[in-house]
Ligand binder design. Structure first.
Ligand SMILES: Cc1ncc(COP(=O)(O)O)c(C=O)c1O
Length: 428
């Protein structure tokens, strides 16, 4: 029997908190009945073309038969066992695959249950590493403005202080070092001026800094900014020069979204520690991983207290690992580079007319990400129903209306998405 949408909404409104929202909010919420391919079907019968991949995740679309079959098989053998003292094939297969496809120095894998947790883990790894090397003062992180690394306290401490509302949590939040984000855009050179603030911090405070943490090339939730690959390359060189580790948060960018399998490959560099998540499982369930080098994992393991201090209950959940193994196989066996290049062309062509609109400040595209930046924040109460009426699922935030569809989207569905963006923005 179909759920009654009014009843669902009434209970939802009464008891459930949605992401970054108020209880009992009057912003629209849409009950979903099912999702298949690039269509999200609402309980009221409407079909929406998905422009969001459920926040970077659903790269193969929804309800994929190969994913479903693999998960059903895994369910028949076990949904979960603890990872303390036990191991299993899905985790072993996944770790081996991740080591194979990530930059070569990545050799050791820690499975976490969400992106934010994998960032916490990365920060702890950096701190434990320096502690084991006899430098316990290196406990702080250096990063750039406009970053986003998650909502747990450690991750929040390296997220943009304004977007992350650091003032609300001032007495609890770890104090980290921030410098201006580079103004050199993707495809541009990086000048000495662009890199100067980060260089200065490293020169002055490297005895206190355990690691620099960055989203490589694409700053996501902090502004959908695409920055110069040369900047990233120079950051990597400066980190080596100043004995500071480089943590790259590829949680949003990993698995092809930027046109490369991992965004750090645009700069031809490898991090010391790397976080992946989101599309790792093709959007089926929550799983993340923190990878590091053999040298870092050995140093931590040989130092005091001789163990790495983290171990989540659902670590390496077999169902999630199976989803990841299947999703990676599907991705690597698909013409993903061609698919992303097609989407990039479709976004460039389809979003170009938006740059003529007075309300629009900038239009930018990289890989399977298209961004229309406005001069003023959107009013969600007005704009969200307009997109739904156009038959698309697009969820703007602040001044950003953006698209990052599943990689399997057809040219015509993509054109419907870009046309909807133009129609809605031009009628506001
Ligand atoms: C770059 C980046 N890091 C970390 C996170 C946090 O991941 P999660 O929401 O799975 O905790 C996100 C989520 O949007 C992200 O985009």
């Amino acid at each position: 029997m179909k759920p009654d949408p009014d009843k669902l909404l009434a209970i939802d409104k009464k008891h459930i908190w949605h992401p970054y929202s108020a209880m009992d909010s009057d912003l629209p919420i849409y009950p979903v009945e099912s999702a298949r391919g690039v269509r999200i079907k609402l309980v009221d019968g409407r079909d929406l073309i998905d422009g969001m991949s459920s926040w970077w995740c659903a790269i193969h679309g929804y309800n994929h038969p190969v994913m479903n079959a693999a998960l059903t098989r895994q369910l028949d053998s076990m949904a979960h066992v603890m990872f303390g003292g036990l191991t299993h094939e899905p985790a072993v297969e996944l770790a081996e695959k991740l080591v194979e496809i990530t930059p070569e120095p990545m050799q050791s894998v820690f499975f976490a249950d969400s992106g934010s947790v994998s960032v916490e883990v990365a920060m702890k790894m950096a701190i434990q590493y320096w502690n084991a090397k006899g430098q316990p003062n290196k406990q702080r992180l250096l990063t750039i403005h406009h970053g986003y690394h998650g909502d747990t306290f450690g991750a929040m401490s390296v997220t943009d202080p304004v977007n992350g509302m650091h003032s609300l949590f001032a007495d609890t939040l770890a104090q980290q070092y921030f410098v201006d984000a580079p103004s050199c855009r993707f495809g541009e050179a990086c000048s000495d001026n662009d890199i100067a603030p980060l260089r200065q911090q490293l020169e002055t405070n490297n005895n206190k800094i355990a690691a620099v943490i960055l989203e490589p090339i694409i700053q996501g939730a902090g502004g959908m900014r695409f920055y110069s690959a040369e900047y990233l390359r120079r950051v990597s060189e400066l980190c080596s020069e100043h004995d500071v580790l480089l943590i790259l948060d590829e949680i949003a960018t990993g698995f092809g979204r930027s046109g490369k399998l991992f965004a750090c490959l645009h700069a031809d560099i490898a991090p010391d520690i790397m976080c992946i998540g989101k599309s790792l499982t093709g959007g089926y369930m929550s799983l993340a991983a923190t990878l590091t080098t053999g040298e870092i994992s050995r140093t931590i393991s040989n130092g005091n207290p001789g163990v790495f201090m983290h171990g989540p209950t659902f670590m390496a959940n077999p169902l999630a690992c199976t989803a990841a193994n299947t999703s990676i196989k599907l991705l690597l066996e698909s013409p993903w580079q061609q698919n992303i290049a097609n989407i990039e062309q479709g976004l460039l062509k389809g979003l170009a007319p938006c740059s003529q609109l007075e309300s629009v400040k900038d239009v930018r595209v990289l890989g399977a990400i298209g961004v229309v930046e406005l001069h003023h924040p959107v009013d969600m109460k007005t704009i969200q129903p307009m997109f739904v009426d156009e038959g698309v699922w697009i969820r703007p935030f602040g001044r950003l209306v953006y698209l990052m569809p599943p990689y399997i989207i057809s040219d015509s569905d993509l054109a419907t998405l870009t046309t909807a963006v133009y129609q809605v923005l031009s009628s506001l």
